[in-house]
Design a protein around this ligand. Structure first.
Ligand SMILES: C[S@@+](CC[C@H](N)C(=O)[O-])C[C@H]1O[C@@H](n2cnc3c(N)ncnc32)[C@H](O)[C@@H]1O
Length: 338
């Protein structure tokens, strides 16, 4: 049986006409329909908070000529690719790329004095452009250093987690962040294995996990543990919460939020956030269930298979007693994107 090694990850990679690699954007039609409230007539700033190689960003800029786009990514190597792939739109002053994390988004909006965005896209997790580079340490299929940091400013690598965390913490990480039912035997084997030699390479760790779990499954045995380590290294839970909080604080009234997640725990966080936001009147949730890729997309882009898209619209802030609209710190006068 063919193994679906990257089914838990983001989209697929293919070369662009400029020769630079691009990541195949997941659920492109659904994202455009959800994010562009007025379709091609949409005006204002859209933030792609996880711009990656710029796949969705380019589609947005092409579909809505009056939109300006700020692309944020925590990975400077990937941001360089986005800059290449979006060079015409950047040169035309319609797009700008910035290095940063979702936990820094509010600070960036304030510092840059940007207008409140009319849309925010979060396409979570890793890009194929990261997963396909063994030297970044995300891959269990090709050997590389056990790193997995998307943002090089982060201190802690996957090797540090694997070699220093105690067994119970490792098991919890692998269970909760990787949805790996057999987290305990894996954690035990890691702790025993590192007594002989610390883990520094992805292949050594992947081999150990394969020995613990055995083969024969639909996915490589190390898939879920590697996902858990990636999520731990990059603090993806905290980053998602910060991205959702930024949407609540900064989106303009009627601004639209689109979140694509690839992990059940992550989708649960988005679902709960939107349910709570609907109760307090800050968002209208567009659909109780997440949208899923079509069968055709799943066939053509295997990495889209675990994608879930949730959409919501920011509601008008409540009118206060004196009839004045409540303002938020994000309500700063607009400056041009570039
Ligand atoms: C799935 S890819 C996005 C692909 C993009 N939508 C496209 O179509 O090309 C996710 C990207 O988000 C970035 N990323 C993940 N978490 C982030 C965070 N908390 N802050 C900023 N960037 C993040 C990753 O570095 C990666 O490049």
């Amino acid at each position: 049986m063919e193994r679906d090694n990257k089914a838990l990850e983001g989209g697929g990679a293919r070369p662009s006409s400029s020769g630079a690699s691009v990541h195949q954007p997941v659920m492109p039609a659904e994202v455009l329909a959800g994010l562009l409230g007025d379709g091609a007539a949409t005006e204002g700033l859209i933030i792609d908070g996880t711009v990656g190689g710029g796949g969705h960003a380019r589609l947005i800029l092409e579909a809505a000529p009056k939109v300006e786009l700020l692309g944020l990514d925590q990975d400077p190597q990937i941001l360089e690719l986005a800059e290449k792939n979006l060079a015409p739109q950047i040169a035309a002053g319609r797009a700008r790329m910035l290095h940063g994390r979702l936990t820094e988004l509010g600070e960036i909006l304030e510092r840059e004095e940007l207008p409140r965005p009319v849309g925010l896209l979060l396409d979570l997790g890793a890009s194929s452009l990261q997963l396909d580079r063994p030297e970044r340490g995300f891959s269990f299929q090709a050997d590389g250093p056990l790193d997995m940091r998307m943002d090089p400013r982060r201190g802690r690598t996957a090797a540090q987690i694997v070699n220093t965390w105690d067994e119970a913490d490792l098991a919890d990480l692998i269970f909760y962040e990787g949805d790996e039912r057999r987290a305990r035997p894996i954690a035990r084997a890691i702790v025993e294995g590192r007594r002989r030699a610390t883990f520094q390479r992805t292949a050594a760790l992947a081999d150990l996990i394969s020995r613990v779990l055995g083969g024969g499954g639909r996915i490589h045995p190390a898939t879920r543990t590697f996902q858990a380590l990636r999520r731990g290294v990059n603090e993806e839970g905290e980053e998602l919460s910060a991205g959702l909080a930024a949407a609540q604080k900064w989106l303009a009234p009627a601004g639209r939020l689109a979140v694509i997640s690839f992990h059940s725990g992550e989708d649960r966080v988005v679902k709960r956030f939107l349910a709570e936001a609907e109760r307090d009147g800050s968002f209208e949730n567009l659909g109780k269930k997440p949208q899923r890729p079509s069968r055709t997309e799943e066939r053509e882009n295997r990495r889209s298979r675990s994608a879930r898209l949730r959409l919501a619209v920011r509601q008008q802030p409540p009118v206060q007693g004196d009839g004045e609209l409540e303002t938020t710190p994000g309500n700063v006068p607009g400056s041009e994107v570039s």
